[in-house]
Design a protein around this ligand. Structure first.
Ligand code: PDD
Length: 280
């Protein structure tokens, strides 16, 4: 594969960064993951806007224009013959061997890395069969609205879920579900009302989440942004997660308790179909 690193396209074996890079030392970096289907970027504008916001919140000046970034993404798709999968982009506050915690001088250039991942998005088996999740305490920091690479809590949650034989973890804060370990979380109640947690500093403003809210409204479906407890989720008619990597995956069990008798929910399936229709 060919990787983009600081204005150059290089074979992945040659894509090396400094041990003093602040992304490595302090997780002082932001990232985005954009889905690619049929060689096309999905919702790139949304991802770029969120990247701008993440940078702004961290006082990190975005070192590349939108036009150039689009070009980089397209070149990666072309050079790697990426038909379906993801593009990962990371921007760090650069390398500074002093290891001062404070920001380095503005003369230190940021590091930009982007690479592709060949993966199944449209016909992923989990979309058909659904996934099992377990609940874990949300131990992340208080700015989960910024897409930083400080993902250790998410790694721990996912590892714990896999050890318990589940596919993923959902995170609980003060008794309420915030989101998935790397996704937003939705439930559907007995009145076919779709419910997801409102945006705040507790969750990432998912680009897929936003697209789902919009298309649900267009379809005349009832969609509400409010908090809900783990208990309410377990009693829900349906549940699903959303992200660029999964689009929508139905959730068929929470903490080993079946949702919808362990079958993929009708509305989850329909929303995924509509999302794919619109995206392509
Ligand atoms: N994760 N919430 C969290 C904590 C996430 O990490 C993600 C995405 C989302 C969904 O956002 P979006 O719909 O914009 O992908 C919600 C990416 C895919 C990742 O870390 O791989």
């Amino acid at each position: 594969d060919i990787v983009y690193l600081d204005s150059h396209f290089v074979p992945k074996e040659q894509a090396k960064i400094s041990v003093f890079d602040r992304g490595f030392l302090f997780a002082d970096a932001v990232y985005e993951v954009t889905a690619v289907i049929d060689g096309q970027l999905i919702d790139f504008n949304g991802h770029f806007q969120r990247l701008q916001r993440s940078c702004k919140e961290l006082g990190l000046s975005l070192p590349i224009t939108k036009e150039l970034l689009v070009d980089v993404h397209h070149e990666l798709i072309e050079k790697n013959n990426l038909h379906e999968g993801l593009i990962y982009l990371q921007i760090t506050r650069g390398a500074d061997s002093s290891r001062f915690f404070d920001f380095p001088s503005s003369s230190v250039p940021s590091t930009i890395v982007a690479f592709v991942q060949h993966s199944t998005v449209v016909n992923h088996p989990n979309a058909k069969k659904g996934i099992s999740v377990i609940s874990v305490e949300d131990i992340r920091w208080q700015r989960c609205d910024i897409k930083t690479v400080a993902l250790l809590a998410a790694c721990l949650a996912k590892h714990h879920a896999h050890q318990q034989g589940a596919d993923d973890a959902i995170l609980i804060k003060d008794g309420y579900i915030t989101e998935g370990s790397s996704s937003n979380f939705f439930i559907v109640n007995r009145d076919n009302e779709i419910i997801t947690r409102p945006l705040s500093q507790d969750i990432l403003p998912g680009i897929t989440r936003q697209a789902i809210i919009q298309l649900a409204q267009e379809e005349g479906l009832k969609i509400t942004e409010r908090r809900f407890t783990l208990d309410e989720a377990k009693k829900a008619k349906e549940a699903f997660i959303s992200s660029a990597t999964t689009l929508i995956w139905p959730v068929i069990s929470i903490d080993n308790e079946d949702i919808n008798q362990g079958a993929v929910g009708h509305l989850s399936q329909r929303l995924r179909d509509i999302y794919l229709d619109k995206a392509l």
